[in-house]
Design a protein around this ligand. Sequence first.
Ligand code: IMP
Length: 190
Amino acid sequence: MSASIAPVAETVTCRGERFRLYLDADTIAARVQAIGRAIDAEYDGKRPILIGVLNGAFMFLSDLMRAISIDCEVDFLKLSSYGAEKVSSGTVTELKKIDADLGGRHIIVVEDIVDTGLSMQFITELMAELNPASVRTATLLHKKAATRPDLNLQLDYVGFEIDNLFVIGYGLDYGQLGRNLPAIYILDED
Ligand code: IMP
């Protein structure tokens, strides 16, 4: 049996808008491996629980978990989303709660992207109420220029600091489309 690798598109169209390749799959994979090794080193013997934020973080989370070799667990929560908009609505609500008992546990919240930071702040406050042993955060992408400085967010593991433009791919969507792209694409404003 022979496997063929699909060529990587330099530009894609999603919902009628053009996006250009920004972070390719190899670049993402190398960074995810490095974060996995850091978690291995810092959490040995602590059996962390990764809390993935649905839907966008599922791809990063599944690769990150395979890059971790120490014992670890996983669970998910879901927040209200952007809908089909490209700007944050500014309000966050919890749509799916976590099943696991997080009391005394070492939690790592895993997000696809931190934009304004409101979602991450909402989640870390939610986690802190559950009396965990520790709460840290991992995000694949961080739009530093868009993040509200007044939130004083603590981002422990950041894959990439990116430009303040809308991105899709590798789990991130534009109105539910684009999640299946194997790389990250950024809105082409030209
Ligand atoms: P925040 O609350 O403004 O930080 O937004 C976080 C959430 O908004 C992420 O978990 C994503 O679901 C979504 N989001 C923010 N920026 C983008 C983007 O550029 N593309 C796709 N989704 C985004």
